[in-house]
Ligand binder design. Structure first.
Ligand code: EPU
Length: 353
């Protein structure tokens, strides 16, 4: 890796030949031909004005926790490092907090609790950055980012203009937002999130409907846990089920939980009465992808150096030295066997480059 200053008038620090292995939680090998660290909106505009790099394709990299690198990304990698955590407003019915997009999500959750502003505890220990949280509308234990979202600031990667988007403009869905869609109206590859503002309702109300949390309440005899207790429970549950990316490369759930019609769900139940399914308000059903993969016998299996985690079949892991191609080959094999047995197409959650 070497550093250049770009052209004198742009004074943009550009790193060349950067190894990305430590910058993606799967630990996959790839090299960024050019990498620029983004600390502000102005840094993005400096890059866009750069005579050589400004027009190249751009990959926005946060914590690299939702990414499968199968090759060296073309063009420039923008590593988002916008920092800052602050209380923006304190209303009678909510605290509004703001996080720089480059802040660690989990540190933000812990910090809000320490400050006495609860509301994010169910989303503890999710890997990645605050800026990536709205992109895939992170969710866990009965809560989604969209439930706490206020607005975000972003920079348009074509015009360089700074914009503020509300929840409606972000078009949140299950592990989905406008930032994951290209084509008309979509912002995939078009926008870089710089700051995220969340609204934490007052008075605080616990979110306890998820089975794993109900179990904890029963086991501990604690019927009215405070936010800190829920935070601790969520951390314990996640540590027991999910691999720590610092130790075992992974990108969390590899597939989304598929949604099927009531008819399709009843068909599958008739064949597999144990299938884990949840009714949705619109009459359809969400199926547990982990259960489907597990039922096809994948838990603990490997393809090359990529594998299926022993304690949660929805998580693919790097057994050590895996390539992105091996991960993708394993993912395809899983998709084929789930389709063969259940007629359901699993959709990957991470972005494949
Ligand atoms: N199951 C199995 N075998 C498995 C895995 C799961 O039978 O190998 C069954 C479980 O017993 C359970 C059901 O499937 O009855 C659901 O499992 P779990 O509660 O672990 O949750 P999930 O649906 O697999 C989702 C999110 C996770 C989130 C948890 C908790 C998705 C794609 N994943 O997983 O999010 O932490 O719920 O809310 O929605 C992530 O997105 O990276 C992630 C980890």
């Amino acid at each position: 890796m070497h550093l250049s200053k770009g052209s004198p008038q742009s004074s943009l620090p550009v790193e060349h030949g950067v190894n990305l292995r430590a910058l993606n939680t799967f630990g996959l090998p790839a090299t960024a031909t050019h990498l620029v660290r983004i600390g502000s909106d102005a840094d993005v505009r400096r890059l866009l004005d750069h005579p050589r790099l400004g027009r190249l394709p751009k990959l926005v990299l946060g914590g690299g926790s939702n990414l499968v690198l199968t090759r060296d990304p073309p063009g420039v990698v923008l590593r988002v490092e916008v920092t800052g955590r602050r209380l923006v407003a304190e209303h009678a019915d909510a605290w509004v907090v703001e996080f720089g997009a480059g802040e660690s999500w989990h540190d933000c959750v812990r910090w809000t609790l320490e400050q006495g502003w609860p509301g994010l505890e169910n989303l503890a220990l999710i890997p990645g950055t605050a800026g990536a949280a709205p992109v895939q509308n992170i969710g866990a234990y009965g809560l989604e980012l969209a439930d706490r979202f206020d607005e975000l600031d972003a920079v348009d990667l074509v015009t360089g203009r700074s914009v503020t988007l509300d929840a409606r403009a972000c078009a949140f869905g299950y592990r989905d937002s406008v930032f994951k869609h290209d084509g008309f109206g979509g912002l995939a590859g078009r926008s870089l999130v710089t700051r995220v503002r969340l609204r934490l309702p007052r008075p605080w109300q616990p979110v306890l409907g998820y089975l794993d949390l109900e179990r904890r309440m029963a086991e501990t005899g604690c019927a009215h846990p405070d936010a800190r207790t829920i935070f601790d429970w969520v951390c314990e549950i996640r540590r027991a089920k999910l691999p720590d990316p610092a130790l075992v490369g992974n990108a969390g759930s590899f597939f989304k939980n598929p949604v099927v019609s009531a008819e399709q769900c009843h068909d599958i139940i008739a064949r597999d009465p144990h299938i884990v399914h949840y009714p949705l308000p619109d009459g359809r059903f969400k199926l547990a992808a982990g259960w489907l993969i597990d039922a096809c016998g994948w838990k603990g299996k490997n393809v090359g150096r990529a594998g299926v985690y022993e304690r949660q079949a929805l998580v693919l892991v790097n057994r050590g030295g895996a390539s992105g191609a091996e991960v993708v080959t394993l993912a395809r094999a899983i998709q084929e066997s789930v389709y063969g047995r259940f007629g359901i197409r699993l959709e990957p959650e991470p972005v494949v480059v």
